[in-house]
Ligand binder design. Sequence first.
Ligand SMILES: [Fe+2]
Ligand SMILES: [Fe+2]
Length: 188
Amino acid sequence: MHKIHHRLNTDHYHIQQLLDCFGYEIDCYDFDSKRSADLEIILSALDYIQTYPEKWHHPAENIIYDRLLKKQVSQSTLIKQLQSEHEKIFQATKKLQEMFDHVAEDCIIPADQLLTRSRDYIQLQSQHVEKENEHIYPLMHTAFSEDEWHEIEDEIKTQNDPLFDIPSKKEYHHLYRHIMDMEKSKQN
Ligand SMILES: [Fe+2]
Ligand SMILES: [Fe+2]
């Protein structure tokens, strides 16, 4: 597997971990929850999505998807759909961030609105990743030659992941700890 392909795969694994953590905090807005949401974690997760998955992961996929479209692969319709979902996710992240910024400023937003919009968002993101994993990522194994991967590598400027690359950036320390604690508790 080429290192870019490997990186994208790893990103998917991490995005899922991040969404699990985000979902856990969002569940606190459910009427029967005994916990209070950690707003710092929610805002940090959304900030990270805008900083890495939307600045590197999706643009890198778009470059690869354009190349797959040029090859007229049979999954072209789905690829175009995934590219438009990148834009949809970008807008959805922005809106969600605005909503939670308002919460942080003590504006009253009904809990069911926070819950519904956040859960819709998690579903949009998760289903997007699942479609890519199932239908498009396996294509990358066979679609490109070594030379083509070199060209792709020249086009895609790799960037560090500020949350999951160790050590994570200072502003994401709290979020990283939270995600790792959740992962540990899943194993117990
Ligand atoms: Fe994508
Ligand atoms: Fe992806």
